[in-house]
Design a protein around this ligand. Structure first.
Ligand code: ZN
Length: 376
């Protein structure tokens, strides 16, 4: 049996490659004591060390569960450090002391966007934000007029300091005029018109999106209860967590989320969350392929890292780098380092705080899952 690290910060892994290797190894060891099935679906690109990039859907417990708790990581690539840390904790500390009924499973879905995790991007190999890509139909003209007006400021063609100063002055003037929340809405809601712009939602489903839909449809085909937690970072006060639910306020999914996470969950639809309403969300896409009548509760825990301007700066510089720059030169390396810092701060205190919170959240959630109980 693996012993869980005493310091929650130790659950953080050094890279996608190492996280995946250890994840699969721990599952293999766990399979001596519990039923384990891993369904891995690779995407075409490789990681920086030539490694395979894959979504690994690991089902611990019932092979066709009636009741399932899914913990997923890395929808926004580089944000996967935090979600995978909690998956490693679950493998080391939660699953060994959990009693599961014959019809119940815990599912650990490692790296919804393995390309972004491995290459330290939020987007995937198509420059697509996966959390704007869960749609049936795509309109290549869909984009707010304000995004178009701010296009050059959001997606600079160069990073020359004089030009950057002018662009940030324009952004600031927009915020002064329309408010920070409106700017956030415009910058992050998702656009379908500019494939090289930030927050591009795609012109079709990306490979990883289709894999996740297929995995959910195939493995949760008998589900009556699905509680799903998809970990994110980069929005909110440093180290603080907001539990965001994207379901419409009058939907059963919102009511069930309130039942599971009473007092904790906030709706992004109702304006009560730090997140603004978004297009093409993963939870709505996954809910659509669950059996009719299945109870579904979904939450995005969002852990704050740095102030919004720093996070947006990192994203737009990273977008510039992948379209106009050189990953191998000093400027490119500095942008990648800042991208990591913006979504997984190097501070051990930050890691400890978010991992400790996430552990508590998962423990509270497991307690609401039918057929799961802690031993001793
Ligand atoms: Zn995210």
């Amino acid at each position: 049996m693996t012993l869980a690290p005493a310091d929650p910060a130790d659950n953080f892994q050094p890279s996608y490659r190492v996280s995946r290797e250890r994840f699969l190894e721990k599952l293999h060891r766990l399979s001596a004591r519990l039923p384990v099935r891993v369904d891995s679906r690779a995407i075409a690109p490789r990681g920086p060390e030539g490694e395979t990039l894959a979504l690994d859907f690991a089902i611990v417990g019932a092979r066709r569960p009636k009741h399932a708790l899914v913990l997923s990581s890395g929808t926004h690539g580089v944000e996967g450090y935090t979600g995978s840390a909690l998956q490693h904790w679950a493998l080391d500390a939660l699953l060994p002391r959990l009693a599961l009924a014959a019809d119940t499973a815990i599912v650990l879905q490692h790296a919804n966007n393995p390309y972004g995790f491995a290459w330290h991007r939020r987007v995937n190999e198509d420059n697509v934000d996966p959390n704007r890509n869960f749609r049936d139909a795509f309109d290549p003209g869909q984009c707010s007029p304000d995004y178009e007006a701010l296009y050059d400021c959001l997606n600079p063609a160069d990073l020359h300091p004089d030009n950057e100063a002018r662009r940030w002055a324009e952004i600031q003037a927009y915020i002064d005029r329309e408010g920070l929340r409106r700017f956030q809405q415009v910058a992050v809601e998702g656009q379908y018109k500019f494939p090289r712009g930030i927050q591009f939602g795609g012109h079709r489903r990306s490979a990883g999106t289709q894999h996740l839909i297929d995995l959910t449809r195939e493995h949760l085909a008998a589900a009556q209860t699905v509680i799903w937690v998809d970990f994110h970072t980069g929005l909110g006060e440093s180290g603080a967590c907001e539990l965001i639910c994207g379901a419409p306020l009058d939907s059963p999914a919102y009511a069930f989320a309130q039942e599971i996470w009473a007092g904790e969950v906030r709706s992004s639809q109702a304006g009560e969350s730090i997140s603004t309403p978004l297009n093409g969300l993963l939870d709505l896409g996954l809910q659509a392929v669950l059996p009719a009548g299945a109870r579904f509760a979904f939450a995005f825990p969002e852990y704050g890292t740095w102030p919004p301007e720093r996070v947006i700066r990192a994203m737009r510089s990273d977008n510039w780098l992948h379209h106009h720059g050189d990953l191998g030169d000093a400027a490119g390396r500095a942008i990648k380092a800042e991208m990591l810092e913006a979504f997984r701060p190097a501070s051990r205190d930050w890691m400890r705080t978010v991992a400790a919170h996430g552990i508590g959240l998962v423990e509270r959630t497991v307690a609401r899952l039918p057929g799961a109980s802690m031993r001793g």
